[in-house]
Ligand binder design. Structure first.
Ligand SMILES: O=C(O)CCC(=O)C(=O)O
Ligand SMILES: [Fe+2]
Ligand SMILES: [Mn+2]
Length: 233
């Protein structure tokens, strides 16, 4: 490596247009831990996924009534059987978000949030989810906010446009809660991000110690979220 090669090292990395943060230190600390890839899906891939999911989702009713639940105005399914076209998309997600050695949960979590639906701050349960969470957003945009569980002044906001992929891993997954803002609070900085119905397709790594050949090997129950921890104290 040429120390005198004249390559300029930027001290402050410019935040990409789809990630905002409370301060440069958080942005730089989570640069590889909270990642958004806008336009990950082509329009045809978005169409493939939403067409395949729509009939399965439509059979279910939106749920609202759990005062202590993390998610409001949603329906969901855990899907293991996919068309060949969708499997190819999910394989791209796997390759983009997970190291080759990391085992994934066999079922993909599909979450349909209606226009007024939202997700309160929570940390996905370590019992049901490993180091990495990767989610595709379909149909409409939303803002995901991450907030440090111990230091609530530290936060990050991710702009999740339809067709984007987000990845949360390591510190972003364990030390920060995440939430999807309700329509009334759905801003990315100054920019209003009107909420519509949003479908997310979420792949997760296996909880530590439960991969093939290790750990309990118990089947994974559905519903990988925990109720919101107190975001601030
Ligand atoms: O809709 C999303 O992308 C996130 C969902 C989520 O946080 C969860 O199911 O635990
Ligand atoms: Fe979550
Ligand atoms: Mn219910």
């Amino acid at each position: 490596m040429a120390a005198g090669g004249g390559r300029l090292v930027m001290r402050t990395l410019p935040a990409p247009g789809w990630v905002r943060g409370s301060d440069p230190a958080v942005l730089s600390r989570l640069r590889d831990a909270a990642v958004v890839k806008p336009g990950f899906l082509s329009a045809a891939e978005e169409e493939t996924l939403s067409r395949e999911l729509e009939p399965e989702l439509r059979r279910r009713r939106y749920e609202y009534d759990h005062w202590d639940a993390a998610i409001h105005g949603f329906r969901e399914t855990e899907k293991t059987l996919w068309s060949q076209a969708s499997r190819a998309i999910l394989e791209r997600v796997r390759a983009a978000a997970f190291p080759p050695s990391q085992a994934l949960l066999p079922a993909v979590h599909v979450l349909d949030l209606e226009r007024r639906g939202f997700i309160k701050p929570h940390v996905d349960s370590v019992k049901f989810c490993g180091d990495t969470i990767a989610g595709l957003s379909l149909l409409s945009a939303g803002v995901m906010r991450l907030r440090h569980v111990q230091q609530p002044g530290q936060w990050l906001e991710l702009l999740l446009e339809p067709g984007s992929l987000y990845v949360l891993r390591g510190p972003a997954r364990y030390d920060f809660s995440h939430e999807i803002l309700p329509d009334g609070e759905s801003f990315f900085g100054e920019r209003r991000v009107p909420r519509g119905r949003r479908i997310s397709v979420i792949c997760r790594s296996q909880p530590e110690g439960t991969g093939p050949g290790g750990g309990e090997g118990a089947p994974q129950p559905a519903g990988p979220t925990t109720p919101a921890p107190p975001a601030a104290k």
